[in-house]
Design a protein around this ligand. Sequence first.
Ligand code: ADP
Ligand code: GLC
Length: 489
Amino acid sequence: MATTDKLKICLATAELAPLAKTGGLADVSAALSAYLHAEGHDVRVLMPFYSQIKRENLDIQPVRNLQKLTINVGPWDVECSIDMTTLPANGLPVFLLRCPALYDRPGIYSSETDEHLRFILLSRAAFEMCQRMRFAPDILHCNDWHTALMPLFLRTIYSWDKLFAGTRTVMTIHNIGYQGIFGAHIVGDLSLYGGEHFLHQDDLARGRINFLKTGILLADVLTTVSPTYAREIQSPEYGMGLDGYLRARSDALFGILNGVDYGEWNPETDTLIPKNFTRRDLSGKAVCKLELMRELGLAGGADQPVIGFVSRLVGQKGIDLMVRALPRLLARRNFSLALLGSGEPHFELFFQSLQRAARSRVGFFRGYNNKLAHWIEAGSDMFMMPSAYEPCGLNQMYSLKYGTVPIVRETGGLADSVQQIDRAAATGTGILFRDYDEAGLDWAISRALDLYEDRPLWRKIMANGMAMDFSWKQQGAQYVKLYRYLSGS
Ligand code: ADP
Ligand code: GLC
């Protein structure tokens, strides 16, 4: 194949923005696929047709030949169909795997006993879809534990099919904290019929199967979402038990920083925020700030520093540091907080109690709210992400574009996308702290508040961040290069 030839890619994912999203996996699956589609590659994206997907503004059509399929998943004959839609924002065609028995659930993920089946079916359906469309993919791209068994299925269930003779597998690790570990009693549901030797035998002997580990062992190439995280996960501190396997495959492990979909996250064109603004005219940002403060009931005027935070409320995100640092900082310094998120109940309770203690300075919205996420990016002066680990992180990159200075821990993609401010040289884009402790976060927020007082410097720092470009044009090209290297084209 000549390098001008277009690639054929099948990408399977549990989340895809804006259809179904709990975090960055959705943004990245959508934006990378949209980039590949726009570049003329033939990318077939498959995701579950969750009952949560809002159908109002979508034209969803059943795909001929892909209706009423029966897929044998172990002892189960699972009935499913594949429909198709096109994303209005970017024209990306998306295939939706319809199986109400498995995907009509209150949330995208569940803790029910058939959770493994939901994603085994997704992975299997990707192959069945290719077969029925006579689509011979150069690349099967799987994402996180949900679709990490695809390389296993390629070597076992579908190894007979010449359609896949030239197919290579890429597995992207978005987050090693979620591995998909199930009891070995589900081994029958993998339908391997003799291919069980591909599984990690010690795990099996201990009575479990780890989906992500299986992908790490069997995918042709592994990627993760930043160069620093690619290094970190090879260490015991960050590897969550998989570091040894990743070190063994370090030649096949690549760190590619995520990009940003500036079609959605750009203060010049954002249709969700109160007023647009640019690097040269920040007057709209002042409007956004006052509107945000009004919306959240925060007191004070344009000079009151506002720190934003938008996140899944889970251990990864460094909320335990906030629990220790924020009450004292609020007592000592003058600033306000704009907080958005939901997750572990004890973290939600902490933010609620913080808000009760200082209503005029702490605004907290519990839940998922895309519009408010945009408002917080646009209206805050600073954005904090004190993560214990952060494979890439998207909000710090959104913040940079909105002139909202990130305060981040120096880890993963945060370390790769934010540059420490040098006060004398007026360079840098944010504040980074290294040690994962309360003193680190306290230092970083205090420093941000001090620098904020120096308005000319602050404006320069904002401008530095707004000039950064994390668009998929650059990041997407790295994936294409990798695909080509793999497929020998
Ligand atoms: P992660 O994938 O670990 O959750 P990222 O920073 O990569 O972290 O991506 C998080 C994405 O989810 C961002 O687009 C962020 O705006 C969005 N998000 C997280 N929590 C919420 C929420 N409560 N409401 C709206 N958007 C949210
Ligand atoms: C994960 C990570 C986050 C990353 C996202 C998209 O959920 O926690 O850091 O940005 O996936 O790759």
